[in-house]
Ligand binder design. Structure first.
Ligand SMILES: *Cc1c(COP(=O)(O)O)cnc(C)c1O
Length: 375
């Protein structure tokens, strides 16, 4: 029998009565847009992250775009971001009219390499065509970016920092929760993320009341906070649906326990796979939310095929770094320009991990990997 890669059905079986009742309440109330569940969820998310403001939006991509809009980032601005990430990170920069500049990553953590970032900012500044304006740091696979080493680089070059925590909500760095590690953090509730809803959803987290007010305005077509009939700016239609907020309120109740299970599975993988394949490097002080457990192997396709025939599904995040994708090639960072991103893309393989994977299943994955990497 094949294991599921993520098990949304096990979670629904556990939460069914609560989720169904909460959805029914929204149906009965008719408050589908910005109903009371949205504000209730926002308060819970802010408390979870230890920040003053959380604002629900339609998805994690809009969240990134809005984060750039409130800093007035646009044409002529360079937005630095890792090439080894999901396309949404770069898309947000392009959608506001800015130019994405791809940065290489660390081969162990898969997150932005602060030294490479520093060098690329200096090169853009020296070329004089674009203004270095922002970094979107991605917490890839649930592990926080190296914010301690990124902070001085941001400061030296006067850049805005946006944290793309689409995969890392629930994680921590030095005891501080994701959401509080940057002036503005965005996340996603896409169903397969660690905290996922039953459709699209996202949020923006910040301690800054002025930023929070701008986000609330922009998600609602730019409506003025003091006069609802005045459009103060150009905004978007990017509200979080009440039904999705209701689903998330139910799921938040078990989120801490799910994160513990993910951590337990990751420890089993670490200890049993550490000398068979390259396991993810845990940076000191980081608690990952384990959106993915991604190893690096030689002959990746052969290993994946062997695992598949043993009933173990895998996924490849990401097959091709963004600078080599058709839509992004014209930015001119060709093959060879981001060597680590290119190298890891050929070797990564993500193993099953979710909040309902028991120890026996984790051991079964390890047995299959041991078989698959043997010759
Ligand atoms: C999923 C994801 C996004 C986008 O989130 P959506 O809610 O799907 O729009 C952005 N960045 C990263 C790194 C992601 O994994």
């Amino acid at each position: 029998m094949s294991l599921p890669f993520i098990d949304l059905k096990a979670q629904y079986r556990l939460l069914k009565s609560d989720i169904d009742a909460r959805i029914q309440r929204v149906l009965d109330s008719g408050a589908f847009i910005l109903g009371p569940e949205v504000a209730e969820l926002e308060a819970e998310l802010a408390r979870w992250a230890g920040v003053r403001h959380a604002i629900g939006v339609a998805n994690g991509t809009d969240a990134l775009q809005i984060a750039l809009m409130i800093e007035r980032i646009g044409p002529g601005d360079a937005v630095f971001l890792p090439s080894f990430t999901y396309a949404a990170t770069a898309e947000a920069a392009v959608l506001v009219g800015a130019t994405p500049v791809f940065v290489d990553v660390d081969a162990g953590t898969f997150n932005v390499d602060p030294d490479d970032l520093d060098a690329r900012i200096a090169a853009v500044a020296k070329a004089g065509k674009l203004r270095p304006k922002a970094l979107i740091a991605v917490d890839l696979f649930g592990q926080t970016a190296d914010y301690r080493r990124l902070a001085p680089v941001m400061e030296r070059h006067g850049l805005h920092l946006v944290s793309d925590a689409a995969q890392s909500f629930g994680g921590k760095l030095d005891g501080k929760a994701v959401g509080s590690l940057a002036p503005i953090t965005t996340t996603s509730f896409y169903p397969s993320k660690p905290l996922g809803c039953y459709g699209d959803g996202g949020a923006i987290l910040t301690d800054d009341p002025a930023k929070a007010e701008l986000v609330r305005s922009i998600r609602f077509h730019g409506t003025s906070s003091s006069d609802r009939y005045d459009m103060a700016r150009i905004g978007m239609n990017s509200r979080l649906d009440t039904i999705q907020a209701a689903v998330l309120l139910a799921k938040l109740k078990v989120f801490a326990r799910e994160l513990e299970t993910r951590e337990r599975v990751a420890r089993i993988y670490d200890s049993r796979l550490g000398n068979l394949v390259a396991v993810p490097v845990r940076a000191p002080g980081v608690t990952s939310s384990w959106a993915q457990y991604t190893v690096q192997v030689d002959r990746r396709d052969q290993v994946a095929a062997r695992l598949k025939s043993a009933g173990i599904p895998t996924a490849i995040y990401y097959q091709r770094p963004l600078h080599l994708q058709s839509a992004y090639r014209h930015y001119g960072q060709g093959a060879g320009s981001l060597p680590v991103s290119e190298q890891v893309a050929d070797r990564v393989l993500s193993l099953p991990i979710h909040g309902y994977l028991d120890d026996a299943a984790a051991q079964r994955v390890c047995d299959a990997v041991a078989q698959a990497v043997g010759s």
